[in-house]
Design a protein around this ligand. Sequence first.
Ligand SMILES: Cc1cc2nc3c(=O)[nH]c(=O)nc-3n(C[C@H](O)[C@H](O)[C@H](O)COP(=O)(O)OP(=O)(O)OC[C@H]3O[C@@H](n4cnc5c(N)ncnc54)[C@H](O)[C@@H]3O)c2cc1C
Length: 448
Amino acid sequence: MVSPENSSSVPEEARLRVVIVGAGLSGIAMAISAALSGHSVEVIEQAKELAEVGAGLQITPNASRLLQYWKLPASLWDAAAEPTKVTVHRYSGPVLAHDGAFDKSIRAKYNAPFVDLHRVDLQQALYARAQDLGVIFHLGERIERIDFDNTVVQSVAGKQFTGDLIVAADGLWSQCREAYVGKKDEPLPTGDLAYRIVLTVDQISDPDLKAWVQHPEVHFWIGPGAHAVGYSLRRGQMYNIVLLVPDNLPPGVSRQSGSVQEMKELFVGWDPILNKFLDYVTNVDKWKLMHHGEMKKWVNNESNLVFIGDSCHPMLPYLAQGANSSLEDGAVLGLLLGHMTDKAQLPGILRLYEGLRKSRGEAIVRETFKQRHDFHMEDGEEQQKRDEIFKSQLGKELKGAFPSRWTCPEVQPWLYGYDAIKEVENAVVKNPGIFAQQKSRRSLCQFL
Ligand SMILES: Cc1cc2nc3c(=O)[nH]c(=O)nc-3n(C[C@H](O)[C@H](O)[C@H](O)COP(=O)(O)OP(=O)(O)OC[C@H]3O[C@@H](n4cnc5c(N)ncnc54)[C@H](O)[C@@H]3O)c2cc1C
């Protein structure tokens, strides 16, 4: 693998001032990638401190290869859990699908691991790396206005941050998106909500459940209108459970503390193992799952605003690709900007980024809704047909379309096999016109 230290660093005259709005995973990924390319980067974040929600995150090979490429510290990998098996259960417990060598097959196929991380561990590792690279963070500044004529973002407190490029990484409720479309543009409910649960192994007294947590695997339970996913974190010292159920939060409420009793009632009749875990839950929050219509463009006409992450492609978390694809966005954009030799190339580069990323981001969004359809079937004829497909392949090498895209031979390769670094290398070769000025200067230099 080419390391970032070998990658190109822009000449002084092409050095951009990049202003990133939002220090979520997309924003910090972009900050690292742009800083590695030699640009000057500032990140403006409304939160006073960086504290991702204390829950788990599944990092798939398409993004873990980027974390390796960015040389995140060994401590991050030490704090990961690498699941050895992936099992899909019918909600009552029977196994529908099972990959008993998941870790090995993933590494063999994609040359990068599938790991489960605590969000805070990932955010802190990215944050530290960005700071090492000289990225400046302004915390506690909420951006409320953008002056596109002068490439300035302004915070509620009146502070102004000026750049050559504004990167909208401000998530689902993006102010940048509203500033760009010029009207309210709120996300839409998907009809589902998530209960997010993290248990530590010390909280669990049942020896069977303790052993379950200490041997990292991923388990899905799929049922009518709902599903649950459980996986270990921190080398088997924590267990993360997400319950995906029909949304009953009032309109306009995106997060609320939930009732443990109400949550447990939704899972009566489900696998006793899942219910034993739920017995250890003492409090829980409900998160409304939202999405957005597709944007026409991810780059404005002035070529000084570009969108990444949830600000432009929020999705259902049913394939665990929201953060993974956000890291891809940041990587691709930052790497492309590393090939700049003249600021005049910026509009072309931004359009190239949009061309590479928009169709993929939106395809993943659509795939998450297809996964919901296949996981949330009501009991009946369609569900029985689905389960026949599952069971006909149990214990065999999977072939053709498969109802769990996590191991589907048609979907998994394009999700996990994506290599943002190669994508950029190929795009640069295929689009010499965009970087022509760089080429002519380099060849001119050779004659001087
Ligand atoms: C239940 C659940 C489970 C999930 N599991 C996974 C998973 O396993 N794997 C995966 O890949 N994805 C998962 N996701 C999705 C993932 O969390 C998101 O897609 C990802 O975090 C988006 O990152 P982001 O940086 O684009 O946005 P965000 O994380 O929302 O970050 C936006 C940042 O911008 C800041 N901000 C917002 N407005 C402003 C403003 N006006 N001024 C300044 N700062 C501002 C915010 O404070 C925030 O820090 C899950 C999501 C949910 C809900």
